[in-house]
Write a protein that binds this ligand. Sequence first.
Ligand code: GTP
Ligand code: MG
Length: 326
Amino acid sequence: MAIKLLEDLPGVGPATAEKLREAGFNTIEALAVASPGELVACADVGESTAAKIIAGAREAADIGGFETGDQVLERRKRVGKVTTGSKSLNELLGGGMETQSILELYGEFGCGKTQIAHQMAVNVQLPIEMGGMNGSAIIIDTENTFRPERIEQMVKGLPPAPDGQDWDPKEFLGHIHVARAFNSNHQILLAEEGALELAEKLRETEKPVRLLVVDSVTAHFRAEYVGRGTLANRQQKLNKHLHDLMRFSDLNNALILITNQVMAKPDTFFGDPTKPVGGHVLGHTATFRVYLRKSKGEKRIARLVDSPNLPDGEAVFSVTTEGLRD
Ligand code: GTP
Ligand code: MG
């Protein structure tokens, strides 16, 4: 039996489940990484019951388990590549944006990070033969920059459908799930719970989640953690957030697209003005890092930075009203 509800766990009755939820343990995953002491304190259970609950949750959530090499191989076989709409950008990325990876877009304001995120939310829905994954998209929007009108324009700009039917922008919008994140804690919660739950719900449908966007991944952290003394705390939270995203990507065969600004003006706290916010924590977690610069008019330049298995290089593409193009 697949365990989905807290009540299904050994040692959890309705009253305990309610206390756990009140204390913020809303999912099996959250319980799996709890300590017995925490449960004793919040749910009025004894040490041994707490240990039993956690053990049950760990088994059900399969957290911290190892995968064998052949399981990893099986999972890696499902990696898909999603077209960006620009041939040169696809080539730079080895054929498109890969699922089961985190791709970070960084660059100054107006360089096209949010535009690319919109385009990927459209393209991930396309059939495989058109460079899509037949999937849904989740967008965690921290800057309130999601624009359904832009999605409509981009859908209208798509190449013709294989069956000759017109694309329906409403249908595309219906497969993009957007949540505003009001602060960094909210953002973390949306990734570790909301997005996972939604993805689980859509897993067996025709449009499973194949893209999770966090735009911007660092803005809230940057605004909230100001001053030298807060750096360690901020990096720790950001690190955990990124690992939640990584887990999401493995579990759902999804592409994680995160955006990040470069520092507009040098300040001692955030360091080098040409470097992305978040420093080494982001650098070590993202599988692909793409630095974007503005060029003339609609032209943009993308540079692949420190990729483990692709040559560094640059691609020129355009942001047009119809979407990304060469
Ligand atoms: P920040 O979030 O501020 O850091 O910037 P960003 O990198 O997310 O920039 P964004 O993706 O929002 O890019 C904005 C730019 O995209 C605009 O300055 C325009 O150049 C371009 N753009 C946005 N909408 C349209 C459109 O409808 N048509 C065309 N041709 N360009 C557009
Ligand atoms: Mg933006």
